[in-house]
Design a protein around this ligand. Structure first.
Ligand code: AMP
Ligand code: MG
Length: 296
């Protein structure tokens, strides 16, 4: 999934904890094998080359369905079909570059979440060229699965972090976990601290994967309407009961920007957000308690 995963577990029985963490890593590797577009034999890669329909595992079907739900509620800002556009920009390849306008128009042609349908375990594509990219949601699912595996092993205190997709189990030594939200322009600095337990805290940022051309930053979260990287935010952190939802929403809100993004979140009573807009200003949902914050 193109990132480093860390698992922190707390408890008394060292061997049991080590066993539990090892099983959680194995589970995440299994999900990567299913859902990584970079592995030509992964289920999602095969789905991208499938002509019309393909039967997938129940969990891939479920992840796509959850993604389509957020796609629909966000008016298409969350779009699982941007694979061709992502390849065109080459953000995760060796030589990223700004494509020609005609190339962008061509990559957007015939795509969109309305072209994907899930019935049971069958995924139907409206167009053979439509590719499926779970980059905005699969890490969240993997993190949720890691927490479930830890729980099954009897772990009661854990933090799983897959490059900014974090899920927290229980408390850390009797107190809520503390998560630092990264400063989007100053690597290594924290702009805000959030306390949470039994929740997911997922961040989408324009500093994660990007290149610069003529002094402009081009990053990996695309506005499906323009085909260019979304410009309304520097980062979006979402707190939700599940990382899969937090992951999809962080990408969706990033694309929508603070105003429309906060409006979308009114549909989700269990969800909070900390948004750093394009000017570096912090905006949050009314109920979010930020422990300390500063963009200075
Ligand atoms: P995240 O870091 O969760 O915001 O996800 C970013 C990744 O999601 C990118 O690397 C793409 O694979 C994919 N992606 C980019 N733009 C979108 C979008 N508008 N909707 C859904 N997925 C996207
Ligand atoms: Mg995401």
């Amino acid at each position: 999934m193109g990132t480093t995963v860390s698992i922190e577990v707390d408890g008394l029985d060292h061997d049991r904890l080590a066993d539990a963490a090892a099983s959680a890593f194995t589970e995440m590797a299994r999900i990567e094998e299913l859902m990584s577009p970079g592995r030509p034999d992964s289920e999602v890669a095969r789905l991208s080359t499938a002509k019309q329909e393909m039967t997938v595992t129940p969990e891939t079907a479920a992840v796509i369905s959850r993604g389509l739900e957020v796609a629909s509620r966000s008016g298409g800002a969350f779009d699982l079909t941007l694979g061709r556009l992502k390849l065109l920009w080459g953000i995760e390849e060796e030589s990223p570059h700004v494509p020609a306008t005609e190339e962008i128009t061509a990559a957007l042609k015939g795509i969109g979440p309305s072209g994907l349908r899930v019935v049971g375990n069958v995924v139907y594509k409206s167009n053979p060229e439509l590719t499926v990219d779970l980059g905005g949601i699969a890490k969240g699912y993997a993190v949720d699965r890691a927490i479930s595996v830890l729980r099954e092993h009897g772990v009661t205190s854990a933090a799983v972090n897959a490059g900014g997709d974090i899920a927290l189990l229980g408390h850390k030594q009797g107190r809520p976990w503390r998560i630092g939200v990264q400063h989007p322009r100053r690597p290594g600095q924290v702009v805000a601290t959030i306390e949470a337990s039994d929740r997911a805290v997922v961040t989408s940022g324009d500093y994660e994967r990007f290149f610069e051309q003529n002094g402009h930053r081009y990053h990996h979260i695309f506005d499906p309407y323009s085909g260019y990287p979304a410009e309304n935010c520097q980062s979006v952190t979402i707190l939700a009961p599940e990382a899969i939802l937090a992951d999809a929403l962080s990408t969706a809100v990033f694309v929508l920007g603070p105003q429309k993004g906060l409006k979308l979140l009114e549909d989700y009573p269990d969800v909070d957000a900390l948004i750093i807009d394009s000017a570096g200003q912090i905006q949050t949902t009314p109920s979010l308690h930020v422990f300390a914050s500063s963009t200075q």
